[in-house]
Design a protein around this ligand. Structure first.
Ligand code: SAM
Length: 234
């Protein structure tokens, strides 16, 4: 269960109303039930239910079971999609170990102003479901031009380009010397010719293909994250 506050062995905390309902009425936990807590900062803690009150479940914090792993360094830059597909895309990015989620507005982006609170809740839910302790950081939405003009030196941007010059993503990724990486996947409508031209001209960009077919943006995200994970690692 994700808790936003500090955790300390022997401490007592109160689950928020939504979580209390989930623990008491969905999972039907009773006093003494054991569970695992994480706050996205110091790792995974054991805990037991110490009291089931009308509106809140109180938890007694045990010990640190698993220290917080270093957050993966990969910045996943994505054009926000419509609701369900965006939920899926964010969940897969969390599962696949993205360290930072960066919404990017491009010329054909469908949802230029995604609800970040909802997205943040999805990120935490995905982390709870797949046991990712290092909850990725969700950044404010930026326009593509701004993202590129403020680019962090020493970080390589891997750009999913269905017209990439190479047809071997592994070879293209294998040639990357930088350890700090970012990934950019376009919107359902794709990048404009102007955007592609701009991206291909940048010295810190590596364009990779993801096979001969045009993938949906959320499919491309999973495929690209898998290729990066298997070729380069975290
Ligand atoms: N440009 C596509 C078209 O012609 O309809 C639509 C874009 S595709 C649905 C969404 C994004 O996924 C693309 O901008 C690209 O970043 C990525 N993508 C999809 N298929 C790909 C492929 N075969 N190779 C590399 N990237 C791909």
């Amino acid at each position: 269960l994700f808790v936003s506050g500090d955790l300390a062995a022997g401490g007592e905390i109160e689950a928020d109303p939504q979580q209390s309902h989930y623990l008491a009425h969905v999972l039907r936990l009773g006093e003494g039930a054991e569970l695992l807590l994480f706050n996205g900062r110091d790792g995974e803690w054991s805990a037991t239910v110490s009291a089931i009150r009308k509106k809140a479940v109180r938890l007694c914090v045990g010990g640190l079971q698993r220290p917080q792993p270093a957050a993966a360094g990969l910045i996943y830059c994505f054009a926000p999609l419509k609701r369900e597909r965006l939920d899926y895309l964010v969940q897969k990015a969390v599962e696949m170990g993205a360290g930072v989620l960066q919404p990017v507005v491009t010329q054909h982006t469908q949802v230029p102003k995604p609800g970040l609170d909802r997205l943040r809740a999805n990120v935490i839910e995905a982390a709870e479901q797949c046991g990712v302790l290092a909850v990725p950081d969700l950044r404010e939405t930026v326009r593509l031009e701004r993202l590129l003009s403020d680019w962090e030196s020493g970080r390589r941007l891997i750009f999913c380009d269905e017209d990439a010059a190479t047809n071997n993503p592994m070879a293209a990724l294998g040639a990357i010397a930088e350890r700090k990486l970012a990934l950019l996947v376009g919107p359902e409508g794709g990048f404009s010719d102007e955007e592609r031209h701009m991206l291909r001209a940048l010295p810190f960009v590596t364009a990779i293909p993801l096979g001969p077919r045009i993938l949906r943006a959320d499919t491309a995200a999973v495929a690209a994250l898998a290729v990066i994970q298997t070729t380069i690692g975290d």
